[in-house]
Ligand binder design. Sequence first.
Ligand SMILES: [Ca+2]
Ligand SMILES: [Ca+2]
Length: 127
Amino acid sequence: MTTNDQLNIRQGLSGSSNPNPYSEFTEFSRNQIKEYNTIFKKYDVDNNEYIDQMELKLMMENLGVPQTHTSLKAMIREVDEDLDGMISFREFLLIYRKAAAGELKEGSGLHDLAKLTDLNESGDVSQ
Ligand SMILES: [Ca+2]
Ligand SMILES: [Ca+2]
C-alpha cells in the first residue's frame, strides 16, 4: 500500500464530502439513523443540511436545557471535525457515538442533547 492509498483511506473515513452514514455508523440501525435524521432536519431550520450555532441554541432551548454562547461554541467544537463551525448530519451522529461510548461529560451540553433525544431500540424517541 502506498502512502497515497493510506491518505485516500484516511480522507475517506473523515471526509464529509459524500458521507454514507449507514456504512460509517454501523453501530446504529437504519431506523435509528432515520430517526436521528428526522431530529436533525427538525432543527435545521433553514434547511441547509447544517446545524449552526443559532439552530443549536434553539434546539437546546426546545429540549429545555438552554445553553450559554460559550457552551454552544464548545458543543459544536467537540464534534466539528471539518472545523466549519457547524454540525453536519455526520457530525451530529458523532454526538450519539460519543454518548454511547461514554465520552461525553455528565451535565455537558452534548450529554444533555444526546440524553434528551435518545432513541429506544425500535428507533422511536424514548421520552
Ligand atoms: Ca441550518
Ligand atoms: Ca462541521
